[in-house]
Ligand binder design. Structure first.
Ligand code: AMP
Ligand code: ZN
Length: 133
């Protein structure tokens, strides 16, 4: 059984901050910033490609509520939502989860995305690929 399924079952401890029938949220064990929270479906889905769409709606609703709770209780006004799917994307725990990362002045967290300027032809090619059969 995966580590988050064990948390759902109460077999390993966690600092829960939200719970309903299908969704659970708890503090990440390694806090990138204070209040770093994970929101998960109680049922095991490996990643977004497997996730049930009804559950994803419930998850985002809970994520929205939790973000507002963190805003109020931690007095923050900046927050990143991160979700890694697949090893190539940096996923390490293979039970779907959304990271909520409260942001603070001088917290030293930096995202280093490369940005590529694609010309019109390249963008059209990709657009066609995604929309085509
Ligand atoms: P990811 O790289 O998106 O798969 O993130 C997995 C996250 O799960 C990491 O930030 C870990 O710190 C966190 N994590 C792993 N085990 C536990 C645990 N027992 N309780 C809380 N968070 C955990
Ligand atoms: Zn699991």
């Amino acid at each position: 059984m995966c580590v988050f399924c064990k948390i759902v079952k109460g077999e390993i401890p966690s600092y829960k901050i939200y719970e309903n029938k299908n969704v659970l949220a708890f503090l990440d064990i390694s806090q990138v910033t204070p209040g770093h929270t994970l929101v998960i479906p109680k049922k095991h889905y490996e990643n977004i490609f497997e996730l049930d769409e009804k559950i994803s709606g419930e998850l985002f609703k809970a994520t929205n509520e939790i973000a507002k709770k963190l805003q109020k209780k931690l007095q923050i006004n900046a927050l990143n939502i991160i979700n890694n799917n697949g090893p190539l994307a940096g996923q390490e725990v293979f039970h779907y989860h959304i990271h909520l990362l409260p942001r603070y002045e001088n917290d030293n967290v930096k995202f280093n995305y490369p940005k590529h300027e694609f010309d019109k032809q390249k963008l059209e090619e990709i657009h066609k690929k995604i929309l085509g059969n």
